[in-house]
Design a protein around this ligand. Structure first.
Ligand code: NAD
Length: 353
């Protein structure tokens, strides 16, 4: 029986190989005249290409984006945007760069045009995060949702393969948890299942042939769908654990998602058999958690938290932090099974479905 509320966010999406060339049209379409291009130092070259495409509409490049948006970077970026008289920000990069754009928009309402080059999905969400004194503060605000998103699969070619795989699994995690979200709805369930299917197919394709634009397009299409799910419904135990491990132990974002995902799904699998059947169907696997585990093996991504430098002695603390102020989850989050989940993820064991 259906019982849901569905609110959609307005964003324009332009998708296609070579669509970067349309950036000037998209800046014009939102009525902006001075676009500040944001990037990390590593992606300065790509940002310069965007700036050149914008010609006189470019207000220059700010290359200070950093993982988890430190508050001082956000401050510097805001001041830079003001001094450059920018009336729009074009963020080219992954979740860190788009996150910096969001931090500017949160205070100034500057419209953002996002050009994602990873599969993290931040471009489709009104969620922001800013880190101050080692604590990441997150929230939702309609002002930070990018106005336009340009998805160009050609821009993902420079992303190292190992990062492409874990970033794709980060996207799959949004969709998988969206399938059992407390505020889920049938439209998001369709997008989630299709997102998982497309991403898994795309990742296998780029593994076989890294320059195959059809597979790259499939990955980015999957990232869009998974990002939509993340932006529209609440997340559960998996995202809580990754947030804890990233925030408290400074573990890398996408790798942590990849390692924890099969175990978090196994934790919930008996409580949400319909959602798990959809994950399994999307992966063409006998069951969801194992299907993810096998996909990860095939791609050769890290499978154990110990390989990311987490000490076994830190697992009790991770469990404690995750238990404090937990997210809603379809199965109650309890100390003993949660500690066992963390142990298996630390060891890289097969998920217990
Ligand atoms: P990232 O943005 O930190 O990028 C990782 C590195 O890869 C950076 O050095 C970046 O410059 C480089 N890179 C990215 N794309 C590249 C490309 N195509 N070619 C060459 N180099 C490239 O990584 P991420 O995983 O996309 O983002 C992680 C951050 O985003 C985390 O802080 C996470 O919390 C946040 N996030 C936020 C949301 C949200 O909705 N607010 C959603 C997902 C992730």
């Amino acid at each position: 029986m259906y019982d849901f509320t569905y609110t959609t966010h307005a964003a324009r999406v332009v998708f296609g190989a070579g669509s970067l060339k349309l950036v000037q049209n998209e800046v014009d379409a939102i009525g902006a005249r001075r676009a500040l291009v944001l990037c990390t130092p590593e992606q300065r070259e790509q940002a310069e290409v965007v700036s050149a495409l914008l010609g006189p509409t470019s207000a220059g490049v700010f290359d200070g984006a950093q993982m988890h948006v430190p508050v001082e970077n956000a401050r510097r970026a805001r001041e830079h945007a003001k001094a450059a008289n920018a009336d729009c920000a074009v963020a080219i990069g992954g979740g860190s760069t788009i996150g910096l754009g969001k931090a500017i928009a949160l205070e100034s309402s500057l419209p953002i045009i996002a050009i994602p080059t990873t599969y993290a999905g931040s471009e489709m969400t009104p969620i922001y995060g800013i880190t101050e004194g080692g604590q990441k503060r997150t929230g939702r605000d309609a002002r930070v949702l990018p106005r336009t998103v340009l998805y160009d699969p050609e821009l993902t070619v420079g992303l190292p393969m190992s990062l492409s795989y874990v970033s794709g699994l980060n996207a799959i995690a949004h969709a998988a948890e969206g399938l059992y979200a407390q505020d889920g709805n049938p439209v998001m369930a369709l997008m989630a299942e299709e997102g998982i299917r497309a991403m898994a197919k795309g990742l296998r394709g780029i593994k076989k042939s890294p320059r195959d634009m059809k597979s790259r397009s499939e990955c980015l299409y999957g990232a869009w769908l998974c990002g939509m799910v993340l932006g529209n419904v609440g997340m559960a135990i998996h995202h809580k654990l990754c947030h804890t491990l990233g925030g408290t132990f400074n573990l890398p974002h996408a790798e942590t998602h990849a390692i924890v995902l099969p175990h978090a799904l196994a934790y919930n699998s008996a409580a949400v058999p319909d959602a798990m059947a959809k994950v399994a169907r999307a992966l063409d696997a006998p069951n969801g958690p194992d299907g993810i585990f096998e996909l990860e093996r095939e791609l050769g991504v890290p499978s154990a938290l110990r390989d990311l430098g987490l000490k076994e002695a830190e697992l009790d603390r991770a469990c404690e932090v995750a238990l404090s102020n937990p997210y809603w989850n379809p199965r109650p989050i309890e100390a003993e099974p949660l500690r066992a989940l963390l142990q298996r993820a630390w060891e890289g064991a097969r998920p217990l479905a």
